[in-house]
Ligand binder design. Structure first.
Ligand code: SF4
Length: 291
């Protein structure tokens, strides 16, 4: 498959075929992110996408999962997305699931009816990067939206019947804002009440604007055990109906998986155990972490 630049996908899409329908990210301004810095945003043409589906993707007639990339593929015009979905289902008889990255601005720009139409044509899951629920952090990392807009975007996806997976970044407030980051993120995620919640732990590549603040000493990364304490506060505060929580991304120090709120006590106990014993041997070594 021909891809332009590096391709990213959520850990839970590891078994999916990735169909790149956009190149890069329209926003491309978050100070912690270097994923699409080398790309200029564009939507691939319908002819280009159709050609990839019929000549390459259709060859894998057993494919059950597709993931639509790049960064904010949901920004694509709804009618074109519907045509892409129809072509995927027409060419892949066993297709069961189509996921997509949806930036908060992309979701807010679509009506609930448009999102419902996408679901009716086979879109299954939207991945929304919340990152933090704290206003000061959202502004300082140039996320481009407020916590209220993140809540509205997440609730809109859920109201349309699509499955919603939110992502948050542990450590995004640094040492100074660690506790408010945990508390405000728990508040925002509770208001959204997503089906899935994935936690990444902040890793800053040299080309990310945030690395300058680290060099200057105005932003301090958390220690591994401080990241666990932040996760603990967040998990303790979350009020969700039924949410699968995962920290299985390669950036995390400790992989966790639980269905909240049902597994909360057991999860907190195991976290406390690692934190109290400072059980470094249970943590992912720094050299194994990755984005
Ligand atoms: S974090 Fe998401 S929205 Fe921000 S620049 Fe990266 S891909 Fe774009």
């Amino acid at each position: 498959m021909f891809y332009e630049g590096r391709i990213y996908r959520p850990p839970s899409e590891a078994k999916s075929i990735i169909l790149q329908i956009t190149v890069g990210c329209q926003h491309n301004a978050c100070t912690f992110c270097t994923m699409y810095k080398e790309k200029s945003y564009r939507v691939k043409s319908h002819a280009e996408i159709k050609d990839i589906i019929t000549t390459t993707i259709a060859r894998d007639s057993d494919a059950e999962r597709i993931f639509l990339a790049d960064g904010d593929a949901l920004a694509v015009d709804t009618l074109l997305l519907i045509e892409i979905l129809d072509q995927l289902y027409a060419n892949l008889p066993r297709l069961k699931r189509v996921g997509i990255y949806g930036g908060p601005k992309d979701i807010l720009a679509k009506s609930t009816k448009e999102l419902e139409a996408l679901k009716a044509h086979g879109l299954t899951m939207v991945y929304l990067g919340v990152e933090s629920g704290n206003e000061e952090i959202l502004t300082s990392v140039c996320k481009g939206v407020t916590s209220e807009q993140l809540i509205t975007a997440g609730q809109k996806v859920k109201a349309s019947g699509l499955i919603l997976s939110c992502t948050i970044i542990i450590g995004l407030g640094g040492k100074a804002l660690s506790q408010v980051h945990a508390l405000d993120t728990a508040r925002v995620i509770s208001s959204i009440d997503p089906h899935y919640l994935g936690a990444l732990t902040l890793m800053v590549e040299p080309l990310a604007p945030l690395s300058k603040a680290i060099e200057r000493g105005t932003f301090q990364l958390l220690t591994p055990f401080e990241t666990l304490s932040e996760i603990r506060t967040l998990l303790e505060q979350l009020q969700v109906t039924q949410c699968v929580f995962r920290s299985n991304h390669a950036s995390n120090y400790l992989p966790l998986r639980a269905t909240l709120p049902f597994d909360r006590e057991e999860l907190l106990k195991s976290l406390d155990n690692v934190i109290e014993k400072q059980a470094i041997e249970q943590l992912c070594p720094e050299v194994w972490r990755g984005l």
